[in-house]
Design a protein around this ligand. Structure first.
Ligand code: EPU
Length: 354
């Protein structure tokens, strides 16, 4: 166990938070031993995976950070149509997707290039380009942090929703995912409908994309829109896209006829938070600043010395270096307040605050 451990390299925002205690787990037997000896229960504990969806609000974490770094991918079943593959929680998600695509296995290709680890993927049911983790999820194994016992969770038990699962709600801090089993297909139609996938393929002269070409296209689209966390600190989308009542949406649409939206199965309407954030700005809350941005009153591209709103995707808050978690907290509150003041919608973070 290490003490006073700097977590800057362990959170994609790149904040300089120091953990009082830190332990790296390379095999879940090590975690089980810590639990069974009663050692783990002595501390306030934080399970840390890729650190890609976390905001350290303070400069110190007064407890034990358990960093999951277990590796391994194995094929549990394979026939002419189907494959079941198991990945350990500490496997890098984008590498896992590349591995599956390289084998010609369908099911996770639209989730290419999402930073993070396999074990964190079910926690918030990661999603992109018309696919969600739950679509290829078979089951996962998780360890009870009070007893060290392991349990298998079926898809139903995980209670997946939009960026939600039981591990983010009822079982938060109670179980840690140790491995995930995926049900993949050797042949399946590609999902090209979402966003600008088709446009990108057309522009690059690809008529009939292969699985690999789709994967590479998604990587390129993401690279063009989202910051590279090795260069600019961020946690991807900071807020969830709000889902509102149809009557509220129709009232908004009268004032903003161009507002993009997606119909939800239950008659509700999902509105892109990125659009709401782009179409309002700090002036509604004046005085708030100083900002180095100029031009129209939009949060998109707004920045001060340390933090800001990414210029190519307003849903992404960024840390340019030298800032503190509180700078992002303050900016997030201002954005929430201004969106609510203008559109009457409260947007909520998808990032976990610690
Ligand atoms: N938009 C704007 N301005 C912006 C950003 C978006 O007007 O600055 C509007 C546009 O109309 C655009 C629409 O919002 O067409 C949707 O934007 P985009 O396709 O970029 O997707 P998103 O809804 O902003 C979601 C996920 C992303 C995922 C993309 C692509 C959430 C919270 N985010 O973003 O996931 O990559 O779809 O599928 O659902 C993440 O979770 O970290 C993440 C990056």
């Amino acid at each position: 166990m290490k003490t006073n451990f700097n977590l800057q390299q362990y959170n994609s925002f790149g904040f300089d938070t120091v953990a009082k205690y830190f332990v790296e787990i390379n095999d879940f037997c090590e975690l089980q031993t810590l639990i069974k000896s009663g050692e783990l229960q002595k501390y306030k504990t934080l399970i840390l995976s890729g650190g890609n969806n976390i905001l350290f609000q303070n400069e110190a974490f007064d407890g034990l950070v358990v960093f999951i770094n277990t590796k391994g991918i194995e094929t549990l079943h394979e026939d002419e149509n189907d494959v079941v593959v198991r990945a350990q929680a500490g496997e890098d998600w984008p590498e896992f997707v590349r591995f599956c695509v390289g084998k010609g296995w369908h099911g996770v290709e639209n989730l290419a290039h999402i930073p993070g680890k396999v074990g964190a993927a079910p926690v918030q049911n990661i999603g992109a380009y018309g696919m969600e983790l739950k679509d290829s999820f078979l089951q996962c194994m998780a360890m009870d942090l009070t007893s060290g016992a392991t349990k298998v969770f079926s898809k139903e038990e995980c209670r997946f929703g939009y960026r939600e699962s039981v591990f983010k709600s009822k079982l938060k801090g109670i179980f840690v995912i140790t491995s995930v089993d995926f049900q993949l297909k050797k042949n399946a139609p590609l999902h090209l409908e979402y966003g600008n996938i088709k446009t990108y393929l057309e522009q690059n002269g690809i008529d009939n994309p292969t699985l690999q070409q789709l994967h590479d296209a998604i990587c390129a689209i993401r690279n063009a829109k989202l910051p590279d966390v090795k260069q600019i600190g961020s946690a991807g989308s900071f807020f969830k896209n709000p889902v509102i009542e149809r009557t509220q949406f129709e009232a908004l649409q009268k004032d903003y006829p161009d507002i993009p939206h997606y119909d939800e199965p239950n008659g509700m309407v999902k509105v892109p938070a990125g659009w709401l954030i782009e179409h309002c700005g700090p002036s509604i809350l004046r005085p708030f600043g100083p900002s180095t941005s100029s031009g129209t009153d939009s949060w998109k591209g707004w920045r001060n010395e340390h933090v800001g709103v990414y210029e190519k995707q307003a849903l992404v808050l960024v840390h340019y270096g030298g800032g503190k978690g509180q700078d992002i907290v303050e900016l997030a509150h201002k954005i929430q307040d201004s969106v609510e003041a203008k559109f009457g919608i409260r947007i909520n973070p998808e990032v976990n605050f610690v």
